[in-house]
Design a protein around this ligand. Structure first.
Ligand SMILES: Cc1cc2nc3c(=O)[nH]c(=O)nc-3n(C[C@H](O)[C@H](O)[C@H](O)COP(=O)(O)OP(=O)(O)OC[C@H]3O[C@@H](n4cnc5c(N)ncnc54)[C@H](O)[C@@H]3O)c2cc1C
Length: 496
């Protein structure tokens, strides 16, 4: 058992400022649950927004500290000086099964900005159009049956092979998929006789984009989760949601009253297993009752003293989480090229396309699991993408007039087999920092690194904190219900 430090990084002469006087000062001898100082949420990405929203709605005083000038973290927008437009760092997609994200958008008054698509478009290597759609009113998993039966992207034997694998996924239920945490999806697909062609045409467009990982390298647990939750459980799970505005607009309604933008937390000051204050880059210190640490895991480990990183088991092994890049390409053509709202592409380099204006001359392309693109010059990327789109849409004269390529090197962690052994829980473990709650897509949410995973983590961290406080312990969990399993899905799977 590692030593737990008694006193870390605190100086008697430090002045504590910033917390509203109403909430009093931290007293090291107090139990943290008795303090009246605010809860500080560090990080204004979706996890921090979700935690702050829940805590403030339960009457807990909250200060949200975000080092940038706006909210959203990795799911946000930036100002493009050339066009004077707000551009998203990358197109963000949600699905109907993202019930917590949808709940957060509702709390933020942003649901009207999400446009839902029941038809999922595909373009094959020759630019031929295929789609998956559901029969209105038909329950899952039958709802996609007619579209799958007619899905010309796959041969008849390939469609039967996919049906066989879907049946196997249904029969696994949630408990069966949990048992596949240490198995790769590549192994699972091989065991279920899924051919390389089926993997390329059917699994890759879903798995690579949803998990930001190559299909064979992903944990079977997470790949199967997508199909179970999005396609096989409830007729609404697979629908694609796309914001009709820059991501930043979704966060116009603030999650809490007191937000400190442009302030970076540099240190979380810990005494006898309890945080007393947080220190900002300005030198200011804020007395806290508790902290929700909602940064990514790279930043999280920099804010905690090394003794505590060893003592609190949540931080052990976090450096083994692998980061995977995503490439987003903003492309402006001199004429309309794209006449459908989105498309999964069977042949690269771009894997998904999204139409960004009414005429279809502004297009956004995405490459997930983009490891080999990190050091490719942007001009070279743009030339390849221009060539790909001209051929795909049969517009040989179309000219790319402008581009903006954004590569997020640390977009998400790799959901590889066994990764859940490293992902930390939100609540403090025995011997850990008692008033430190973790949020962030990397924490143990049961979901891969997605917006839904981030919001779940924020709700789970807030829920754990509320449970620890005597006056809020009886409140129900803030987590939204999953989509219910329809009776036909239950009948087909015979399990949970
Ligand atoms: C290019 C790209 C495309 C993606 N596409 C999709 C998609 O289509 N669908 C989907 O569901 N998910 C997608 N994701 C994943 C999704 O964006 C993330 O899982 C989610 O936004 C993570 O949220 P978070 O709050 O956990 O972390 P973050 O968004 O990283 O938030 C952490 C925040 O903490 C702040 N911070 C860090 N250190 C400090 C400090 N010391 N003091 C104060 N503040 C600090 C940061 O500025 C940041 O705002 C994509 C991600 C990327 C990068």
């Amino acid at each position: 058992m590692p030593d737990t430090p008694e006193l870390t990084s605190i100086h008697a002469a430090d002045t504590v400022v910033g917390g509203p006087a109403l909430f009093g000062r931290a007293d090291a001898n107090d139990r943290w649950t008795d303090r009246r100082d605010p809860v500080v949420v560090i990080g204004g990405g979706l996890a921090g927004i979700a935690a702050a929203t829940v805590l403030e709605s339960c009457g807990i005083p909250v200060i949200l500290i975000e080092s940038r000038q706006d909210l959203g973290g990795r799911a946000s927008s930036f100002h493009d000086a050339q066009s004077d437009e707000l551009l998203d760092n990358c197109q963000h997609v949600l699905l109907g099964c993202c019930t917590n994200l949808i709940d957060l958008y509702r709390r933020l008054g942003a649901t009207e900005h999400i446009k839902w698509y029941r038809r999922v478009h595909y373009l094959d290597e020759r630019g031929r159009h295929h789609s998956l759609w559901s029969v209105p009113g038909m329950p899952a998993p039958l709802h996609l049956g007619p579209a799958m039966a007619l899905f010309g992207l796959l041969s008849i034997s390939e469609r039967l092979s996919v049906a066989h694998a879907m049946r196997a996924m249904m029969r696994l239920g949630r408990s069966g998929r949990a048992a596949l945490a240490n198995i790769s999806f590549g192994d699972w697909l091989a065991r279920h006789h899924q051919s390389p062609a089926v993997i390329r045409k059917f699994y890759d467009p879903v798995v690579i984009s949803a998990l930001n990982e190559d299909t064979p390298r992903a944990a079977a647990l997470y790949a199967i989760e997508i199909f179970q939750e999005a396609m096989l459980r409830n007729r609404h799970g697979y629908t694609i949601g796309l914001p009709d505005c820059p991501l930043q607009t979704l966060y116009a309604r603030r999650p809490c009253r007191d937000i400190r933008f442009g302030k970076r937390v540099t240190e979380i000051v810990c005494r006898q297993k309890t945080i007393s204050t947080v220190r900002l880059s300005s030198g200011e210190k804020i007395a806290v009752s508790a902290v929700v640490l909602a940064t990514n895991h790279h930043a999280a480990t920099k804010l905690i003293a090394p003794e505590w990183l060893r003592a609190d088991t949540r931080f052990v092994g976090l450096d083994r989480l692998d980061s995977v890049p995503i490439l987003g390409a903003h492309l402006w053509f001199d004429r309309p090229v794209m006449d459908i709202p989105h498309a999964a592409l069977i042949e690269g380099p771009l894997q998904w396309l999204f139409r960004k204006d009414a005429q279809g001359s502004a297009v956004h392309g995405v490459i997930s699991a983009a490891r080999q693109w990190v050091s490719t010059p942007h001009e070279h990327c743009a030339a390849l993408f221009e060539h790909q789109l001209r051929a795909l849409f049969r517009k040989p004269q179309a000219k790319l007039v402008r581009h903006r390529i954004v590569i997020e090197k640390r977009a998400t962690f790799s959901p590889s087999p066994g990764v859940d052994r490293i992902r930390p829980p939100q609540a403090p473990p025995p011997g850990g920092i008692e008033n430190l709650f973790l949020a962030g897509d990397y924490t143990r949410t049961g979901w891969p690194a997605t917006m839904e995973g981030a919001v779940r983590s924020g709700y789970m961290a807030a829920g754990a904190l509320l449970k620890a406080l005597p006056h809020t312990a009886g409140l129900p969990s803030p987590l939204a219900n999953d989509l219910n399993m329809e009776f036909t899905a239950r009948w087909f799977s015979g399990s949970d």
